[in-house]
Design a protein around this ligand. Structure first.
Ligand SMILES: Nc1ncnc2c1ncn2[C@@H]1O[C@H](COP(=O)(O)OP(=O)(O)OP(=O)(O)O)[C@@H](O)[C@H]1O
Length: 308
């Protein structure tokens, strides 16, 4: 395998404020690589450095063997880029924006473009300023995919998309991977990275804390279950079950709130012994997940051994 992105010791400060510090990782050709981190962790800063929209204070970044700053024009020919914040001309229609980018790049397969517009259920006849934030995002996604670039760099691509469009986006990413092309995408949602990516780098407070396979994320994965029963249930039936980190009985005496690490099998089987009215599962924010994961020592050191 060949590395298509090589980042070494990349550092960027905003005056005295930290942006990113000594970030190093490699993305191999053909991977779907996730860049996961809570708000303000440094994802956009890293991506803007890759795109030569910012200049690094220290370190190097190369794409397809080319220096991102020195050879940024040659690199842009290889890339489809979705910025975190879109700034297209608000008076152009979605269709005109896509036509503009099509001319800029040349060689866009019009049938593929039409297919992308249909798949994301996008109306290209409306002015950009009239689109909802989700529809603006779709135009951004289509312009990044439409010329079938060798490398897609996508900053929080699914933020604002509804679940059906998120699924369609995941299918589009899978097709890119099946084509042997590469995707680098940022997100602050763990499950999204799990569903889309094969490898992940986790960034926290400007520093990488882990790079590894998505299948190795089990130890940090958390989710929460709220189970309402038809009548009161004994709290101690759920305490100490496999995977249960915390369990709380709400004031009504028949609703349990559980924090789980790993699988929900033991909880679901125990709950099934009582009459269940409803069961709601949700993923805590990455901030909450990290808070719990690091609460024992408060240090990123715990992760250092995972960085490869
Ligand atoms: N132009 C800027 N001037 C000063 N500080 C900045 C600037 N841009 C980013 N920062 C700071 O750099 C740090 C990293 O921000 P960055 O936008 O890269 O994070 P992020 O992981 O992309 O977050 P989000 O998910 O919220 O977009 C933050 O502390 C942020 O406040």
């Amino acid at each position: 395998m060949t590395a298509i992105i090589e980042v070494a010791g990349l550092t960027k400060r905003y005056g005295t404020k930290r942006g990113i510090l000594d970030v190093s990782f490699q993305v191999q050709e053909g991977e779907v690589f996730g860049f996961l981190g809570p708000n303000g962790a440094g994802k956009t800063t890293t991506i803007r450095l890759l795109m030569a929209l910012l200049h690094a204070d220290a370190g190097t970044a190369r794409i397809a063997g080319l220096d991102v700053w020195q050879q940024s024009i040659a690199i842009k020919r290889l890339i489809g880029y979705l910025p975190g914040e879109l700034s297209f001309d608000p008076n152009l229609t979605g269709g005109q924006i896509l036509e503009y980018f099509g001319h800029l790049r040349g060689g866009v397969d019009q049938a593929y473009l039409k297919q992308l517009i249909e798949r994301l259920d996008c109306d290209p006849s409306r002015k950009f300023r009239q689109y909802s934030s989700g529809n603006k995002r779709k135009i951004g996604i289509i312009q990044a995919f439409m010329h079938r670039p060798q490398l897609l760099i996508l900053d929080e691509p699914t933020s604002g998309l509804d679940p059906l469009n998120q699924q369609e986006f995941e299918r589009m990413v899978k097709e890119v991977r099946a084509d042997g092309r590469t995707v680098f995408l940022s997100s602050h949602i763990l499950t999204e990275i799990e569903q889309t990516c094969n490898r992940v780098a986790i960034i926290r407070e400007g520093q990488l804390v882990r790079v590894g396979l998505v299948t190795e994320l089990k130890d940090i994965k958390r989710h929460e279950l709220t189970i309402t029963f038809a009548s009161e249930v004994p709290l101690d039936a759920f305490q100490g079950l496999d995977g249960v980190e915390q369990v709380e009985l709400l004031a009504d005496g028949r609703t349990l709130h559980l924090s789980l690490q790993g699988g929900a099998d033991a909880v679901v089987k125990t709950a099934a012994q009582y009459a269940v009215v409803s069961l709601i599962s949700h993923e805590p924010s990455l901030e909450d997940i990290f808070l719990r994961y690091y609460e024992s020592d408060g240090q990123a050191a715990k992760e250092a051994s995972h960085v490869v």
